[in-house]
Unconditional design. Sequence first.
Length: 290
Amino acid sequence: MNSPLHFNPASPLGAGDASIGALLQEAGKLTPENTDTVLRMQEETGIRFGEAAQALGMVSAADVQQALARQFDYPFVPAGDKQFSPHLVAAYDPFSRQVEMLRAVRAQLMLRWFGRGHKALAIVGVEPGCGASLFAANLAVVFSQLGQNTLLVDANLRHPAQRAIFNLPGKSGLSDMLAGRATMAAVARIDAFESLAVLGAGTLPPNPAELLARKAFTGLNAQLEALHDIVLYDTSDVLTAHDALPVMARARGVLLVVHKNASSLYDVAALGEQVRHAGAEVLGSVLLEF
């Protein structure tokens, strides 16, 4: 993933080594006897607890990373856990290069948008299949890992994706709330990430553009902003429909998602013009390659 926004951290194994052993025991990775063996090796060699346990073949690097994540309140999901889409790399592989790029985007957005007092952001793909929905899901996870109370809203009322990505229960969502048929109870908390919630698209309506253009959306957006630090809107792409325009107008900030060797520069420029006409600001673009 490349980022025109001009937007493997080392795991701090030395921090709180004593509690790492307790966390590994609690997770069932070490027995008390194993822990004693690791401590003896640590005393003899001077290396860190996690490194000693790995050297003895008692735990894996992933086990140590999981314990460190708990110790430093940095939640992620163990590899092999199937509760979310395997493409949610920020959840399953938070120390990868891809997620480092996501953190770089997050840092730029914090400085250039959310740090200026804004709370909502629309993530808009230029064309179908550019990966905008998956990018939005991963970006929501890294914002929640920062400790920001984050809400991801699936505002793509034609081809929603977030319910499948996060394996959400229930069927009510944004469309039902805009139609007055659902309450804030439609917002689903993601247990694996205590600072993350997702509002699915809900019932697919026959009139998505008109539904999103209703005044009720303005009030709902204000309510969502009041309850969260960050509100990210995943929208439909602009080449398929114009549903994203009212979402951009409410959010006022837009991050464009472009597919390398597929998105037309003309389409990107045209979208920028549409954003300005909607009264919103283009903060930058992210170039995805896959």
